[in-house]
Write a protein that binds this ligand. Structure first.
Ligand code: C2E
Ligand code: CA
Ligand code: CA
Length: 745
């Protein structure tokens, strides 16, 4: 195009030369008038031709200028940068995009060296490429990626193409095209990073398609689950639920992901080898531009180690490092829970604070290492002796605390205290070979009566501990003087009772049971008596609870049974008419041991017919261990033993509840009989019980009948039997036999 423009410039110069020629000619050539005329004409024709030519040329030039402008626009505003450089790298021209990319005004760019806009590292590569392009004919464009540096120092990545072009007079030029690829490069880098992250992540990653089929898993997935990609690709993941793999649970999670976009939670998963482990799972939905879910990305990590670490931390925070026992913090938290339970279920609990009596001296004499050794041994003995539901805590120093939950009776805490005192009174064998003796004092407070909160309870127990130490150590004190007294007397009672059993001081007395219709003695209740050589007759209500608490009731109850059967058999053999002998059974006899087997053995041994034996049980005894009691009673009934329900009306059971047990006799408690003549409500109650018992085919016996009026009332109501002082109190076997024989006459 340049050439054509030059051409039009040449045409104008030609005309000027012709005119100059015309003006100059008359001076050198003398022409004739006709020649002149012809010449003028020719000149005029030439002139017209030239003018026409000139007009055409101007028109073309205008057109050319227009397309030049178009071209310049295209060139300048192209999306890529164009530069023309010489073989020596000098910039001859550049479009606006190039000037913008390089951050330099176009004019300033001209004559600059292009390599100065290329970062040092890339200059060799650029140089080589330029050299190659100068040698090779323009062919398939070969691009290189070059890191440019703008005038302001900012770098950017560009794709660079170079093509050789021939300049004027064989000067070699290069057309350089540069396009900014920073964004694309950044994307590539990002993808490369993401791929590395995916491959090297500690977390397992699983990508499933919109149908939840596994498309992609990373190496950590394989490491954590044990499944190779080949084993899972195309499969639908499942989770273990109640021992089996369940796809439905996973689906329900995905439903949530679909609705809110993600799900996060802790789940239990199973490895290929069957091992179950906890994992934190995070699932996200990937959506396309139409908001349709195309993939689910699940990222999970195995938190079993984390859980173990947390457990360890939790353990450390809650346990004493020396003994491994719960520390104050854990004790308080358990105490708090226990207090809430006590209140809600009206239960009782006890808090025992232990202080080692000679610990300070031992520490001073033998040193702290020995002290620590003893503390550890004390902890071991305590844990050994106490049940797993109780808490043994170490508060530091020589202070140990025991929390007894589910206390059946306040005095039971004293049993545990006595047990601990006994356990710790035994010598401690030290590693150094010496034996030491330490004692322990114990302070006891009770929940709920001694404190509203753990602090108060602990402080009260501490006060009691102080009293115990004041007493000289090796003993326990309740925070209540009265309870301490009660516990002490219970212990002395225990000692006495053990001695009484050894010395066979216990006796069975018999109280007649009378048929109201005929007035005949038809049976007797066996009642335990303890005539003490110094204290006189000790009533059963004083020693039976102690026997129950210390576990002696089994032995005693068995003795009463066999003694009664032996006596009954002896009476039969002596020719007395048969009598029903009723023996009381404690609920404890159902708790420990097989009472039915015991009775069977006794009946066989004594030869006393089982049909003459009656067993008395209270409502509470039945309710406490329903199924066990039911089974045992059925076995006894099969032998012919009859069963009576004792103290009826004092418990909370109903007759309809008791109906499920195999019963024969209902004994109305003496508290209803006591004032039956005076109190209208008692009259009503007694009358109702009799009617109801009869409809259930139970015979009714009224206890504690002392007066004729009481007996008359009972007779009027159709009561079957009675016992009470009106007929006779419980008397010795000998007295009873005499009394019975007399009644027969
Ligand atoms: P329980 O089974 O209700 O025995 C009846 C109690 O009432 C007996 O008291 C008896 O002496 C007394 N009693 C009888 N007639 C009258 C009366 O007319 N008026 C009054 N006020 N009382 C009367 P005891 O012998 O002191 O026995 C008390 C409780 O000791 C018995 O109550 C029973 O629960 C228990 N017990 C007695 N012996 C044994 C035994 O061998 N084993 C078991 N597990 N408990 C026994
Ligand atoms: Ca009884
Ligand atoms: Ca009774």
């Amino acid at each position: 195009m340049n050439r054509e423009i030059n051409h039009s410039i040449d045409a104008i110069t030609l005309r000027q030369q012709a005119e100059q020629q015309l003006a100059a000619e008359p001076e050198c050539v003398k022409a004739t008038p006709s020649d002149e005329k012809r010449l003028i004409h020719e000149l005029q024709v030439h002139q017209i031709e030239l003018e026409m030519l000139n007009a055409n040329l101007r028109h073309s030039q205008a057109e050319l200028e227009q397309s030049w402008a178009n071209y310049v626009d295209l060139y300048d505003f192209a999306p890529v940068g164009y530069l023309t450089i010489t073989a020596d790298d000098v910039i001859l021209n550049a479009n606006l995009t190039a000037s913008k990319l390089l951050g330099v005004e176009r004019e300033a760019l001209i004559n600059k060296i292009l390599a100065q806009f290329i970062v040092a590292d890339n200059q060799d590569m650029y140089y080589l490429q330029r050299k190659r392009k100068l040698q090779i004919e323009a062919g398939a464009p070969q691009a290189i990626e070059v890191n440019f540096i703008k005038a302001n120092g900012v770098t950017f990545w560009a794709r660079m193409e170079m093509n050789r072009m021939d300049g004027v007079k064989d000067v070699q030029l290069l057309r350089v095209v540069i396009s900014d690829i920073s964004q694309q490069k950044a994307n590539d880098d990002y993808l490369r990073l993401a791929a590395v992250m995916f491959q090297s992540a500690q977390e397992g990653v699983m990508v499933t398609d919109s149908e939840n089929r596994i498309e992609l898993v990373n190496p950590a997935f394989t490491q954590l689950t044990g499944y190779s990609p080949a084993e899972v690709l195309g499969q639908v993941p499942t989770l273990p639920v109640a021992g089996r793999q369940d796809g439905a649970f996973y689906q329900s999670i995905l439903a949530e992901v679909d609705s809110i976009g993600y799900w996060q939670g802790e789940i239990i998963n199973r490895r290929k080898n069957g091992e179950i482990y906890p994992q934190v799972l995070n699932i996200r939905a990937v959506r396309n531009q139409h908001q349709k879910v195309t993939h689910y990305v699940s990222v999970f990590s195995d938190i079993s180690l984390l859980n173990k670490a947390l457990e360890r931390l939790d353990y450390q925070a809650n346990h004493d490092p020396l003994t491994g026992l719960p520390n104050r913090r854990l004790l308080f938290s358990r105490l708090q829970d226990c207090m809430v339970l006590c209140e809600r279920r009206s239960q009782a609990a006890a808090l025992l604070i232990l202080g080692l009596d000679r610990f300070k001296d031992i520490n001073e004499i033998f040193g702290h290492l020995v002290g620590d050794e003893i503390l550890k041994k004390v902890a071991e003995r305590l844990v050994e002796r106490l049940s797993c539901v109780d808490t043994v805590a170490h508060l530091g120093g020589d202070e140990f605390v025991v929390l007894l939950k589910h206390l059946a009776h306040p005095l039971d805490a004293a049993n545990v205290a006595a047990d601990i005192i006994q356990a710790l009174s035994e010598a401690f064998q030290l590693l150094v070979g010496t034996e030491v003796h330490i004692g322990v004092s114990i302070g006891i407070s009770l929940c709920p009566e001694h404190g509203k909160n753990p602090e108060e309870l602990l402080q009260r127990a501490d006060t009691a501990l102080y009293w115990a130490k004041e007493e000289g150590g090796c003993n326990y004190q309740y925070f209540s003087e009265q309870l301490t007294q009660a516990a002490v007397s219970r212990f002395s009672m225990e000692a006495l009772l053990r001695k009484a059993i050894m010395n066979k001081e216990l006796q069975v007395y018999y109280q007649p049971q009378v048929d109201i219709g005929s007035g005949a003695i038809v049976g007797a209740e066996a009642l335990l008596r303890w005539p003490h050589p110094d204290k006189g007759m000790i009533p059963p209500c004083q020693f039976i609870p102690v026997a129950e608490a210390i576990g002696l009731i089994g032995e005693i109850g068995e003795w009463v049974l066999s003694e009664t059967c032996r006596q009954g058999q002896q009476w039969l053999e002596a020719g007395l008419p048969p009598l029903k002998l009723a023996v009381n059974l404690s609920p404890y006899q159902f708790r420990n041991g097989d009472i039915a087997s015991t009775v069977i053995a006794i009946v066989n041994e004594t030869g006393f017919p089982a049909k003459y034996l009656e067993l008395e049980l209270t409502e509470t005894a039945m309710m406490e261990r329903e199924s066990v009691v039911l089974l045992q009673l059925e076995r006894l009934r099969a032998l012919g033993v009859t069963v009576a329900i004792d103290d009826f009306g004092t418990g909370y059971s109903s007759l309809s509840y008791l109906k499920q047990f195999p019963l024969d006799i209902l004994k109305i408690d003496k508290s209803f009989i006591e004032e039956v003549e005076l109190r209208e409500d008692d009259k009503q109650i007694v009358a109702t019980i009799i009617v109801m018992a009869h409809t259930l085919h139970l015979k009714v016996l009224a206890e504690g009948v002392e007066t004729e009026e009481q007996l008359n009332f009972l007779k009027a109501q159709g009561c079957d039997y009675y016992q009470g002082y009106y007929k006779s109190p419980a008397v010795t076997a000998k007295a009873f036999a005499g009394f019975f024989k007399e009644s027969l006459n």
